[in-house]
Design a protein around this ligand. Structure first.
Ligand code: ADP
Length: 206
């Protein structure tokens, strides 16, 4: 099954994507994670992407599309995939439509204030990219033992710009996918397990 997770930064896309991946045995494709890997390896795309990410804007479409297109051609995508954070604007959605057809679009709806709280209070592992609340008190990542840091784009001033970018560029996709695809709204203001339960129901109805 080809699934897209849509929603504001901090709505829980990555957490849910990992759970869905385990359930359906299809890869989790996160453009955010892939970009951070490019930055880590100091590649040309990574160097370009870093500037946009640190300011809270979107990375130019050409960088993103090259990365996604290559990734979707991998053998492990034959039976489907979970797309997390791609597409993120209408032109990316048009490009994606040229190469594949989505089966299900899950819009994780969450309150803006909650999103700001979640993002400014989380630490992210530089190895496995999972995150934990600062208040959990972990010195290292509880999942893999890696380094926990605050993502540079989780600084409060950058969060604000990311949310504005989301409102302007990504939110219009909700209306678009509601027309052209099978869009299901999920209440992401609940506990992780409850959100996942609603997602499972949406998947099983497909
Ligand atoms: P979040 O969804 O919480 O903002 P991500 O890890 O998905 O976190 O993305 C982090 C940053 O990477 C974004 O703010 C943006 O700059 C960049 N990015 C990720 N996906 C895309 C995309 N599809 N198009 C352009 N930029 C992207």
């Amino acid at each position: 099954m080809k699934i897209l997770l849509l929603g504001a930064p901090g709505c829980g896309k990555s957490t849910q994507a990992k759970l869905i991946t385990d359930m359906l045995n299809v890869p989790h494709i996160s453009t955010g994670d892939m970009l951070r890997e490019e930055i880590k390896s100091n590649s040309k795309s990574g160097q370009r992407a870093k500037i946009y990410i640190s300011q809270g804007g979107l990375v130019p479409d050409d960088i993103i599309f090259d990365i996604v297109k290559k990734r979707l051609q991998n053998d492990d995508c034959k039976n489907g995939f979970i797309l997390d954070a791609y597409p993120r604007n209408p032109s990316q959605a048009m490009e994606l439509a040229k190469i594949t057809k989505l089966d299900l679009v899950l819009y994780l709806k969450v309150d803006n204030k909650k999103v700001i709280d979640r993002l400014s209070n989380r630490l992210t592992c530089t190895d496995c990219q999972k995150s934990v609340p600062k208040s959990s008190g972990y010195a290292n990542c509880p999942y893999c033992g890696g380094n926990l840091v605050q993502r540079p784009d989780d600084a409060e001033d950058v969060i604000k710009v990311r949310l504005e970018t989301y409102e302007k560029q990504t939110k219009p996709l909700i209306e678009y996918y509601d027309k052209v695809s099978n869009l299901v709204v999920i209440d992401a203001d609940q506990e992780v397990e409850k959100v996942f339960n609603d997602i499972k129901m949406a998947i099983n109805r497909k």
